[in-house]
Write a protein that binds this ligand. Structure first.
Ligand SMILES: Nc1ncnc2c1ncn2[C@@H]1O[C@H](COP(=O)(O)OP(=O)(O)OP(=O)(O)O)[C@@H](O)[C@H]1O
Length: 558
């Protein structure tokens, strides 16, 4: 009999009626959906217990099935945690009459949380039983790791840097379909051959291994590092790690801790991001950069690099969703434009390009506000912020001027024409991305809901007019055109038959920029035309844009 089996409880979980009762007393949508999810999790756990019970009690673990079961347990734990969080997030002060009274919702929530805790207990005990066989099998399976190079930030003479692989974050994203940049710096010191090497099967194997490595598993109340950070809940997740809201014991302040996956490359990458953020803090004593503030860095369990940040509230994409994707008040858009431009101006002075400016990477410090009639959409509402202050996050893709490269950086929907075409890019690429953010905030719609380059370029032409022929010609001549794009002898985009069949209708329906902005908002239109100029040499720089009429003039009429 295996030692770990002592704690294994093979009895199936049962609903003692509390779940049903909870679902009967309220119509609150979060309670309803969590209740249904809880029933599903309960069934899943019972199934797992049935499947794993025999090996756990006999101690005879079959390799593949044990690894598979472990993955399932971790996924199920995350799911239950998320469902608990949804319950936790219910605002008892904002109930609709049809959802039932406060006490019923509170009671239902308590019952469901109790049920979730039971499910978690079982999953935790199963996880403990599987842990040691899994680590034994995994070490037998994994191939020797590649040696990783030092990833020093901006250090003269540092070794060629390792790529940051940006993969699609799990759990969906507000910008689907999403394609993340590969590396900000992965071809430094390499040529086109380097690019090819980066795609060799060995690297993609490793990339897959990194992506499949599970995220750090957390529990509420858990202490991180040397015990100074107590986990309260999860506030975000990216490709590199999970972001947890934690109470810092000494200061009694809530902070955000990004716990990076236990993958060597990701750890190095996180150290580099921390180093850069420390440098930003050093250069910004007056806190005028609007960059997120790094408060510290530590290691948890020897394996997880943890970055401690000021705790922020909601990303612009989450906030937009909360307002029903209707678009924000113009005065808030102006403030956001001004603050992100100040951030870009500051980064320019440090010779840095962020490369991944987007709605998910700009967070509000405080998303509280009041619902007001939408000034541009009769009959609709939006949310007017009490205090509009943003912070730019995720500096993992930032690139120093001296380390610029020709790889496609950033998230597809926010990429500038020069990046899509594989041409040289500079800090103006961030300005284009900001243009995409502002247009999204104004219209409520993402200007480039695309997942291939031809569609993207064709939509750009629809929005802002023809792309400069020199740009298309030089991309064609330099061999940097994306695979799906070709250019004719005149230097115009060639739209093939298949494309026309599939996408032409969508392209035709997309409105030019002038038609997306109301006539009374000419100042905003002028700014957007400056930010979304196709040629980087004609595009506004951050410093110039700060002097633009719309940005500089604080009195905005909605
Ligand atoms: N300081 C913070 N306060 C609150 N939430 C945060 C904070 N920083 C990040 N988050 C949340 O965590 C998510 C992931 O953070 P971040 O983008 O830094 O991680 P990442 O792994 O680098 O992601 P990506 O896949 O975009 O590179 C963010 O989208 C945001 O929702």
């Amino acid at each position: 009999m295996n030692g770990t089996s002592k704690s294994f409880n093979a009895a199936p979980l049962e609903d003692d009626g509390a779940l049903d009762l909870a679902l009967m007393v309220t119509e609150h949508p979060a309670v309803k959906s969590s209740g249904a999810a809880m029933l599903e999790s309960m069934r899943h756990v019972n199934d797992l217990i049935q499947r794993c019970g025999p090996w756990v009690t006999s101690g005879d673990f079959p390799a593949e099935r044990t690894i598979e079961a472990n993955k399932e347990v971790l996924t199920a734990l995350t799911k239950v945690q998320n469902d608990m969080q949804k319950l936790d997030d219910i605002d008892l002060d904002a109930l609709k009459p049809a959802w039932g009274d406060r006490d019923s919702v509170r009671m239902a929530r308590k019952s469901l949380i109790g049920c979730a805790q039971e499910i978690m207990k079982r999953l935790e005990s199963l996880k403990a039983c599987l842990a040691s066989p899994v680590s034994k099998f995994s070490s037998m399976r994994s191939s020797p790791r590649q040696e990783t190079t030092f990833y020093g930030w901006g250090l003269e003479g540092a070794d060629p840097v390792e790529p940051k692989e940006k993969e699609k974050p799990p759990g969906g994203d507000e910008e689907p379909p999403k394609e993340r940049s590969r590396s900000p710096r992965d071809d430094v010191g390499r040529g086109a051959a380097g690019e090819h090497q980066a795609d060799s099967s060995e690297n993609s194997e490793e990339r897959k291994h990194n992506r499949d490595t599970p995220h750090f598993h957390w529990t509420r109340g858990q202490k991180l590092g040397t015990g100074n950070y107590i986990v309260r809940k999860q506030v975000g997740e990216g490709s590199f790690g999970r972001v947890l809201a934690c109470l810092e014991e000494t200061s009694k302040q809530m902070v955000a801790v990004k716990v990076v996956k236990g993958v060597a490359r990701y750890k190095e990458h996180a150290h580099a991001e921390a180093e850069l953020l420390r440098e930003i803090r050093r250069c910004d004593p007056g806190r005028q950069s609007y960059c997120v503030k790094l408060l510290g860095e530590f290691t948890h369990d020897l394996n997880h690099c943890c970055l401690v940040f000021e705790l922020l509230d909601k990303s612009l994409s989450d906030f937009m969703r909360e307002t029903g994707d209707e678009g924000l008040m113009l005065r808030d858009i102006r403030t956001i434009a001004s603050q992100i431009l100040q951030c870009l101006h500051f980064l320019n002075a440090m010779n840095l390009t962020h490369t991944d400016i987007k709605c998910r990477n700009a967070m509000l410090k405080d998303s509280r506000g009041e619902r007001v009639p939408h000034p541009r959409k009769p009959g609709r509402e939006t949310k007017k912020l009490h205090r509009c202050e943003v912070r730019v996050i995720d500096f993992g893709g930032a690139v120093l001027k001296k380390e610029r490269h020709s790889k496609r950086v950033g998230t597809r929907q926010y990429r500038s024409p020069e990046v899509v075409l594989g041409l040289a890019w500079d800090e103006k690429t961030d300005v284009w991305s900001l243009g995409c953010i502002l247009l999204t905030l104004y219209t409520g719609e993402r200007p480039f809901p695309v997942n291939n380059s031809l569609h993207h370029l064709a939509l750009m032409e629809r929005l802002i007019g023809e792309l400069p022929r020199e740009m298309l010609r030089s991309a064609a001549a330099g061999g940097s055109l994306p695979e799906d794009v070709s250019v004719d002898s005149q230097g115009c985009l060639r739209l093939n038959r298949k494309f026309i069949d599939e996408a032409q209708e969508v392209i035709n329906m997309a409105k030019p920029l002038q038609q997306r902005v109301l006539p009374q908002h000419g100042a905003l239109l002028a700014l957007l035309e400056g930010l979304l100029a196709p040629s980087p040499s004609r595009r506004l720089g951050a410093e110039e844009a700060l002097k633009d009429h719309f940005v500089a003039n604080e009195s905005v009429s909605e």
